[in-house]
Design a protein. Structure first.
Length: 221
């Protein structure tokens, strides 16, 4: 799944980042580059950590864990700054209530990612919970890549809803693996994963609601 995550990120950001960057047509504030580098750093870190466990190099895995802490903190901070920049930019260009409400969603997603990583650190001595919490954190972090697939598939109806649901469908793959291999589903997937999906559903339903818009206006000043 770690390699699959990297593929999703590369394909998702191909039209809005990699291809324009290769053509010399991509221009953005430094924080965009920093956030992108941190996110792809996280995906490479995730692959490395999974590989180390498969090779039974547990000490190296634990030592490398500090890099994950640094990456996750950087992702949350830069993610908030990117959300602030993108929201102000799009509102200045005539953005609607959807753009305004999405800022709250961005903040929630950054908090959710940070909380899942923090929980994984707290359960680092419980390998079965630890790895599943990090898997959920990475699924959550991939949502922007999924949403950018709308540029490759413009005919998809309601792209924000459709690709958000596809992003969370990765949890079903993880659940299926548990069921096939262990004949049971780990509680982390049921309770924490279920809560993650519920949060995403609330975001979809509330993005243009009055409380969301009021909170966004307050936070944006």
């Amino acid at each position: 799944m770690a390699y699959g995550f990297l593929v999703i990120a590369v394909v998702g950001f191909s039209t809005t980042f990699f291809v324009p960057l290769a053509k010399g047509a991509f221009r953005a504030p430094p924080v965009i580059y920093v956030h992108g580098a941190l996110l792809f750093g996280w995906l490479l870190f995730f692959i490395a950590q999974a590989t180390l466990i498969r090779k039974c190099r547990f000490l190296t895995h634990r030592q490398l864990g500090i890099a994950g802490v640094v990456l996750s903190v950087g992702i949350v901070i830069s993610g908030v700054l990117v959300g602030l920049h993108a929201t102000r930019r799009d509102l200045a260009a005539g953005g609607d209530d959807f753009v305004l409400g999405q800022f709250v969603n961005i903040l929630i997603e950054m908090f959710l990612f940070g909380a899942l990583v923090a929980a994984a650190i707290a359960f680092r001595r419980h390998g079965e919970s630890h790895k599943r919490l990090l898997l959920l954190a990475t699924i959550s972090a991939l949502a922007p890549a999924w949403l950018r697939l709308r540029h490759l598939f413009p005919g998809v109806p309601e792209p924000f809803v459709t690709f958000s649901l596809l992003a969370d469908s990765l949890l079903l793959v993880a659940i299926a693996r548990d069921w096939i291999s262990l004949k049971r589903v780990h509680p982390v997937y049921i309770w924490v994963g279920g809560t993650m999906v519920l949060v995403h559903v609330v975001e979809l339903l509330a993005i243009t609601s009055a409380p969301w818009l009021q909170l966004s206006r307050f936070l944006l000043g």
